[in-house]
Design a protein around this ligand. Structure first.
Ligand SMILES: *Cc1c(COP(=O)(O)O)cnc(C)c1O
Length: 241
């Protein structure tokens, strides 16, 4: 077990490194440094790490599993903190997530959109939330939807459904490069799809793209939010799904 002071030092150093990396990526892409949000991904790490990252100035956190996230949210709270659900979500978890999530990055089916709309309405009714839920539609770049994401042929219908659902706000798109695919080409493709979505939904300016291994490529292709776990927190305690 690492002493809290050692852990704080570790997180501070790695956070600084990632922030520098992000600034360099923005400069290289001729983009303003504040045009890309750094979303630390704290999945599988304890609430104590979230607390340390808060002290280091982070206010938004990404989580990928409802059962892992909800207890941390209880411990840390939502005051001054925005929680992002970035992993695949089963419809029966929509209610729990609607109680604490500022945003969800992994929406890929019409049935999940319907469930989230209902869940947000319920959360508003019982006082758990006051704002709309930001929704990023996750797109599958290779059409292998088993790995998450909607096939591009269904993208227009799904973004339209989100924008028409009360309680949800279409924030933009999210994607992960397919296994073994070239990150640069993948994010270029994603940026083109985002441009098509923006043509009908000009407010959907968010592009959630880039992780520890490929944030530079994502920033080059218009990412507005990089989701970074390993480079900040180290190797995850257990394997992610
Ligand atoms: C775990 C995860 C990340 C962070 O990945 P790292 O490679 O550790 O930076 C980003 N996005 C999603 C959807 C994830 O599940």
């Amino acid at each position: 077990m690492t002493a809290p002071d050692d852990r704080r030092t570790y997180l501070a150093e790695h956070l600084t490194e990632v922030r520098d990396r992000l600034s360099r990526a923005c400069a290289a892409a001729d983009r303003a440094p504040d045009s890309v949000t750094l979303l630390p991904v704290t999945k599988f790490f304890p609430a104590s790490d979230v607390a340390l990252l808060r002290e280091l100035g982070c206010t938004e956190f990404g989580e990928s599993r409802e059962q892992d996230a909800s207890p941390k949210v209880v411990e840390i709270g939502t005051d001054g903190v925005r929680w992002h659900m970035i992993g695949r979500l089963q419809r029966n978890k929509a209610k729990a997530v609607a109680a604490w999530a500022h945003a969800i990055h992994s929406v890929d089916t019409d049935r999940l959109v319907t469930a989230l709309g209902k869940a947000v309405a319920g959360a508003v009714d019982n006082g758990d939330r006051t704002t709309d839920l930001d929704v990023y539609v996750q797109v599958s770049l290779d059409g292998d939807t088993h790995r998450g994401g909607v096939d591009r042929v269904d993208l227009e219908a799904l973004t339209a459904q989100v924008s028409e659902t009360a309680g949800l706000r279409l924030a933009g798109l999210m994607a992960v490069p397919p296994l073994g695919a070239d990150a640069d080409a993948s994010f270029e493709d994603l940026q083109r799809l985002h441009a098509q979505v923006l043509a009908s939904h000009p407010d959907a300016t968010g592009l959630s793209a880039g992780m520890t291994g490929d944030l530079e490529e994502a920033v080059r292709h218009g990412s507005t939010c990089v989701r970074v776990g390993t480079a900040i927190l180290g190797p995850r305690p257990i394997t992610s799904p």
